[in-house]
Design a protein around this ligand. Sequence first.
Ligand code: EPZ
Length: 418
Amino acid sequence: MKIIEIEGAKELTGTIRVSGAKNATVALIPAAILTDEEATICNVPEITDTEALCDILRLLNVNVNRSTESVVINPTDMVNTEITEPYSKKLRASYYFMGALLGKYKKAVMYFPGGCSIGARPIDLHLKGFEALGAKVTSDKNKYIVEAEELKGANIYLDIASVGATINIMLAAVKAKGTTVIDNAAKEPEIVNVATFLNNMGAKITGAGTSTIKIQGVEHLHKCFHEVIPDRIEAGTYVIIGALCGKNLRVDNMIPEHLDSLISKLEEIGVKLEVGADYVEVLEHERNYKTTNIKTAVYPGFPTDLQQPFTVLLTQCNGKSKVTETIWENRFMHIPYLKDLGADIEVKNQTATVLGPTELKGCQVVATDLRAGAAMVAAGLLASGTTTITNVEHILRGYEDIIEKLSDVGAKITLKEI
Ligand code: EPZ
């Protein structure tokens, strides 16, 4: 079993370089099978989620050449076999193979995806989108067969601006006959990154980043070279850590505009920041923070993926703050552990009320999911004494070199096998 041990209350100074975005990479790797030639993706983070997707590629007999930062994917000898449960349930994003295989072969057979237990996480909107394009969906327990004689462009309105459904429908529609329009599409930067990748291969997608995406089907997709955008959630996590215990802590190689909502909340509570073209630095300042309320929302609203780490910061604000989670129904699993560390938090329905400031003291906690794990790391870095985090596999799924990055700026943090 792996654990993370943190000796907290150390001041963090220096520069942390942000890696490629997990939530873009996990869509780009399945999307790459749509090329008829070869795709090179660089700035790919070395995290277990990307490794799990490369394993699925190998299962499909796709040639995968992984070097330090890039992956070269060549699907010319690919075979469209069933993606069995042990492969699909390793992560959520295995579901992007549904759209990509459907788009390429007009048939996908795979099991329900896995991922963090942060809510019910249905895929009905993905399936409805495939059906609108002409596919037939049959399911037996956890197994899904999605197939079509022909895929035809359609007008699809998403009831919820779902990131996964938007990307999956784009993947299925990219080679369909005619034009597909996705209305109420999600606008996250990761969607723009995936659309750019597909366009680099010859797809005709316009409007990505707005709520209407238009996809004109093409017959072939060619060779391409593509770079993953910086991970806005990783960047935001480190900026929040900087606000908790940083002194001139710079988070570099990021796109600050992707974090406008976080940056304005940090400034509102009194965190002194320098925002550059590709970095945010938490400057030296007195930590005397005002309270605030946050409500998670689709992009460009406050990201649900930063809600959990941000809650840690609210434990250090003077008075009562509120966190309302609107995207996932089960994303407060970090709260009991924050309370064990000394936080004063009450949860009622989808709102957590945080009373601060409270002193945090190290103890044993659990990373119940990826961003809950990030919250535990942030809290452990602030707390006095030793914090031990279990279930750290969740953290390693999404944060490249987290131990090294934090150690380099002065944290006493170790990953141990016990
Ligand atoms: C993506 O999940 C991210 N995952 C999540 O990041 C992130 O929290 C989420 O978007 C919201 O920003 C990946 O990109 C791999 P959704 P996704 O479809 O695509 C409901 C992290 O920590 N819904 O936008 O699965 C759904 O239940 C992770 O990195 C349906 O009802 O999220 C949720 O309430 C966790 N039916 C809402 O929509 C559907 O068919 C938004 O989900 C699809 C979604």
